[in-house]
Design a protein around this ligand. Structure first.
Ligand code: SF4
Length: 363
């Protein structure tokens, strides 16, 4: 398509979101299934419940575009919207992520679970309302569900921050969670590290009008509790980059068959080095907490016994169309993912009215 950068298979290892990094470091095979082969099973009841609550939290903080007024000046109005949204999603009129999402089959535990979750949501939203109604009316700026994508040392980091609150002289990032964070996640969880980086590197100037990030918070909705998290230091930011780099080199090497660039990764610390030799992608065994919400347990059991094609072949089959099939042998040009280069390339083709030329066709 003229003037457009199309989706490339190499984005599988070049583009990272906080949840993708978490998944890859907790189980390389799960990340491969979910993010590279796009094998998604049915979502769990608690997962769709969490999505539905996120949707309600977003609506609550979404001011009317023209008037700037917030909706729902009474808690009961807010809860009634939940009532309609939840039961329409259960009936299959739409999905659980928003009104426009596709209906979903959910493996409910039993017929009572649907009603129990509805009641829990009703109570959670009541407490949420009491906590945040005065807060949102205090005259500050609240930005729900803010997306970001930016270049980070040659890789792309993207994601969505649940809420950014802009005060007179500073900003606060907030993430909604089903649970409160244990100590290690408060101090080092990669998701919030990525959000901090996204704000400081990208959003601060795009939407924050230069306001510095003062703190990060987690709102645990089951307990109606807010936790303040410390800002990450350079070491944590460096570790985030290292996780991304190692993950990127691990998957690139296995899925393209090209050698690991040892000048970048001397040895793997968080991914199985032996996978590079065998061309396999290993499940993280023994199975445990990291498998709790895995949607491909049965496939994984068969995979463990060797009942599968090579990851490279499966990936190539998935991306066999047109440009994507060529990508594993594609030559990487320096700065090709820099926003400046992308914008320049797109404008060039648009101005010249030329068909888009893939970079490898020049060689
Ligand atoms: S079941 Fe566990 S080990 Fe297997 S892919 Fe899922 S998360 Fe990984």
């Amino acid at each position: 398509m003229p003037g457009k950068i199309v989706h490339r298979a190499s984005l599988a290892w070049e583009k990272w979101s906080p949840s993708k990094i978490n998944t890859a470091t907790s189980c390389p095979l799960r990340c491969y299934y979910e993010y590279m082969l796009r094998m998604r099973g049915e979502r769990f009841p608690l997962t769709v419940f969490g999505s539905a609550l996120h949707y309600m939290f977003e609506k609550f903080f979404k001011a009317h575009k023209k008037t700037g007024n917030f909706p729902y000046q009474e808690v009961r109005k807010f809860q009634n919207v939940w009532k309609g949204f939840w039961w329409r999603a259960v009936a299959g009129n739409h999905g659980f992520s928003n009104m426009g999402s596709d209906p979903e089959e959910v493996p409910w535990r039993d017929s009572e679970q649907v009603g129990q979750l509805f009641g829990s949501g009703w109570n959670i939203l009541g407490k949420f309302y009491d906590r945040y109604q005065p807060f949102r009316m205090a005259g500050n700026i609240h930005i729900p569900e803010r997306r970001f994508t930016f270049d980070f040392c040659g890789l792309t980091l993207n994601g969505v921050i649940d809420r950014i609150d802009l005060f007179d002289n500073h900003a606060v990032i907030l993430d909604y969670k089903s649970r409160v964070f244990p100590k290690h996640e408060q101090m080092t969880g990669t998701q919030l590290t990525a959000y901090q980086l996204a704000y400081q590197q990208y959003l601060r100037n795009h939407i924050g009008q230069g306001r510095p990030l003062q703190s990060m918070q987690v709102y645990g909705y089951w307990k109606d509790a807010v936790q303040d998290l410390p800002l990450r230091d350079d070491y944590q930011i460096g570790m985030l980059f290292y996780y991304m780099l190692e993950a990127s080199e691990y998957y690139r090497s296995i899925l393209t068959g090209r050698p690991v660039r040892r000048e970048i990764i001397e040895r793997f610390r968080f991914f199985p080095e032996e996978d590079i030799e065998t061309g396999n992608i290993s499940p993280r065994l023994p199975r445990g907490n990291h498998c709790t919400y895995c949607e491909n347990v049965e496939t994984c059991l068969a995979w463990e016994k060797g009942e599968h094609d090579t990851p490279r072949k499966l990936f190539a089959d998935k991306h066999k169309e047109k440009w994507d099939a060529k990508t594993p042998t594609q030559i990487s040009l320096p700065f090709q993912f820099s926003p400046v280069v992308r914008i320049g390339a797109n404008n060039f083709y648009r101005l010249k009215n030329l068909p888009f030329i893939e970079q490898t066709s020049l060689f």
